[in-house]
Each structure stands twice: as C-alpha cells, then as structure tokens.
Design a protein around this ligand. Structure first.
Ligand code: ADP
Ligand code: MG
Length: 395
C-alpha cells in the first residue's frame, strides 16, 4: 500500500498561510530544551514550506497543562531553539488563538514563521471543541499535519481543524506511516517482532496483529512475567500486570493455531530491588523466587534472540528487554540493540524507551527507521486508523 493522503509536497502553498501541527513535545530542563530531536524531525517540512513561499503558523502541545495556562510549560524555549535551527526569526504568539494572534498571522510574509502558544493551554484542544478548531482555522489557508506522535488523538489541532481547512500530510508524518505500514503489509521475510517494556495491556493489540502477520515474536522486558504467570511459573516479586495475565494467556493460546512462533526468555537476571545498586544474580531458568524480581533477560536468551534478529528480513523492535536504565540490568537490552544495529534486514524501532536505549548505546544511527511516535506507532501497527491521518485529504 502506498500512502493514500495528499502530501505537502504536492500542495500549492506559495503566498498562502499554512497552519502546521508539529510535535514539539520535547523534554525541558531549567527552562531550556533538553533534547531537540523532535524539533529537528519537523525541519524538512518547515524548510520545504519556507522555500516554497508559504507563511507558517506552527502549533504544538508541550506536556500536560490540562487546559490552563501554565508558564512552566510555555512553548517559548522551543521557539528559541527552532530559531537557532532554521537560522531565522520565529515570532512567538502570546496565546494559542484570539485577535492578537490573528493579527500576527495576518501580518506574516512569505517564509516567515509564527509559533502559537502551547495548544493544550486551551481546554478545547483535547475535547476537540469545534470552537477552538474554528479559531485555529482562521489563522491559515491550509493545514499540514506533521505531528505523527499526536496523530492517534482526535484533538482540535489534529482532527478538528483538518475538517475546516484542506489538510496535507507533512513529510515526517508521511514517512512514519509509510515505514510502519510496510512492516505489517509488505515486509521482507522473515519478519521478527521484538517486544518488551513494562505493559502488556498497551501492547497486546500489537501482539494479536503480529501473531497473524509475523514469523517470530520475541518477548522480553517486564511483559514476559505476565506470560510466565499465565503458564503457572513462579514470578516472585517481578512486575506483573494482573490484567495482562489474561491477555497473555489468550495470546499463548492463539499462538498455537498460527504460523507465528511466540518465544519467551529461557533465563533471567534477577535483583532484589529496582535500583542501580542492586546486586544482579543470574538465574539459569525463568522461575523467580520470592524476594526477587526479574529485571533483565539472561545471556542465553539474549544470544538466542540476537541469532533470530541476525537472520531476519525485517525487524520491528518495541520495548526494552529489561530495566536498561539500571547498569546491572542493561545487558539484555544492549545485546538486542547491538543485534538490531548489525542486522542486515530492515530495522524499525518504535517506543520512546527503546529509542532512548539505542541512543544510550550510541547505536541510533545504525537502524533504518526510528519512530518518533510511541502510542501512535503502536496503534498504526495494530491496524487502527489514526484520526490525525484520516482527517487529511486523499491523494
Ligand atoms: P517503550 O517506551 O520502548 O515502548 P515501555 O515504556 O513499554 O517501552 O517500557 C519501558 C520501561 O520498561 C523501562 O522503564 C524499563 O525499565 C521497564 N522494564 C523493562 N523490563 C523490566 C523488568 N523486567 N522489570 C521492571 N521494569 C522493566
Ligand atoms: Mg515508554
């Protein structure tokens, strides 16, 4: 399947004002942008529009101000960083919408950039209030959505406004959807899916889909303990989601009737506490005694998973294999990250913590696609329609 929505590349934008929804939801530290990866990810769309003579009105959320002005979550530091990155002025709006903002948007010349305040200052944003969508639509002639990370939300700035202005896909959003869709719909085989992290309930939809589509699913992270509990294996004090146990049992049962092999760890690294100074203990099996938690997959598991990854045509990885933030429990995630980085097949990574792990190990530039959208990428992989994409005009 090729991308079915109209691309900003094909939009007539010269002399027009484009309202561009970006995902500038970056971490702040002491009022400064601590990591500008998401700002950089939006630059191709921003540069394309500026080069083609559009005026840009940028809008993003930042954190969770819950519909109220929260000065600590002002988007201003992001605008300052963006100005440095594009080497041009970024005008900062004093609010999200309203007369003053309209006057600023009206006054923009070709190639100029205005950044609206944090859109979640407005209670109408997450409620997808038509009044906010209308106020946003007044600021522009066309709409571009480049905020893949927010595309699974039907909010005023992602879905509502797209019903009022002609809506185009930004370059990042288009690439995200294309890369992730290819994994499910036309992967090079074998397709190997590596799933870890903390919550089965977040990822069970993806497990279900890939039981039909993938050749192998490799489970690690805290997630595996819901599976072990479902099998009646002792999990000690490991993180087990009660709701996840039932879902894991269903997935295990379903895996018996599909061609997909679902694999669980065969050994673990245990710790008495979730802490960087906890003493790691290797366990040559998967039973976890009381008083201990499974905090990483063991070396035999890591080696077996690395072998499967090495012979994959496509690897999708979502979720770390263990508590990789804690040095004694990072080895399993490190081994899988190294295997993914070295894999000859196509490699696609989703999930904020998996991306952070790759960055921590210095391997982020060794994979084919790093998704910027955790929740959105999971929903897309599950086969759900993303409201922020659906609202755009068809190609
Ligand atoms: P992603 O963001 O890549 O989708 P998740 O958010 O689902 O990943 O999970 C990441 C978190 O899971 C990390 O904070 C990590 O410490 C935690 N984690 C992984 N394995 C374990 C484990 N065995 N026990 C406790 N926490 C774990
Ligand atoms: Mg996460």
């Amino acid at each position: 399947m090729s991308f079915s929505k109209a691309s900003v590349r094909d939009a007539a934008v010269e002399g027009k004002r484009a309202l561009v929804r970006v995902d500038f939801n970056v971490p702040l530290e002491d009022g400064n942008v601590a990591d500008d990866t998401r700002i950089r990810a939006a630059l191709p769309t921003i540069e394309l529009l500026r080069e083609r003579g559009a005026a840009l009105v940028l809008v993003s959320h930042l954190g969770r101000p819950k519909g109220k002005v929260d000065p600590g979550l002002s988007i201003r530091p992001v605008g300052e960083r963006l100005a440095e990155l594009i080497g041009a002025e970024v005008k900062q709006a004093p609010a999200v919408v309203g007369e003053e903002v309209e006057a600023m948007a009206d006054g923009l010349g070709a190639g100029e950039v205005l950044l609206l305040e944090n859109v979640r200052y407005e209670p109408g944003e997450t409620a997808n209030d038509p009044a906010l969508a209308e106020a946003l639509a007044k600021l522009a002639d066309l709409y571009v959505n480049d905020a893949f990370g927010a595309a699974h939300r039907a909010h005023a700035s992602t879905a509502g406004v797209a019903a009022l202005l002609p809506g185009y896909a930004g370059l990042l959003l288009e690439r995200e959807v294309t890369e992730l869709t290819r994994v499910v719909e036309s992967p090079q085989r074998p397709l190997v899916v590596v799933l870890g992290g903390a919550k089965v309930t977040d990822k069970v939809g993806v497990i279900d889909r890939f039981l039909e589509v993938a050749d192998e699913i490799l489970i690690g992270g805290a997630m595996c303990f819901s599976f072990f509990r479902a099998q009646g294996t002792a999990t000690g004090d490991s993180l087990v989601e009660e709701e996840g146990v039932k879902l894991a049992a269903e997935a295990l049962e379903r895996s018996g009737s599909t061609d997909c092999e679902l694999r669980l760890p065969v050994d673990l690294v245990l710790g008495e506490r979730f802490a960087a100074d906890a003493e790691p203990r290797q366990s040559d099996g998967v039973e976890v005694p009381d008083g201990w938690m499974g905090l990483d997959v063991g070396p035999r598991t890591a080696r077996a998973y690395a072998d499967v990854i090495a012979s994959a045509g496509t690897v999708l990885w979502n979720g770390p294999m263990g508590a990789f933030e804690l040095a004694p429990f990072a080895a399993g995630t490190r081994a899988v990250a190294a295997a993914v980085a070295a894999a000859p097949g196509t490699t696609v990574i989703g999930g904020g913590d998996s991306v952070a792990a790759l960055q921590q190990f210095g391997l982020a530039d060794k994979v084919d696609w790093l998704s910027t959208g955790g929740g959105a990428s999971l929903e897309l992989l599950e086969g759900k329609k993303l409201p922020g994409v659906e609202a755009l005009i068809d190609a």
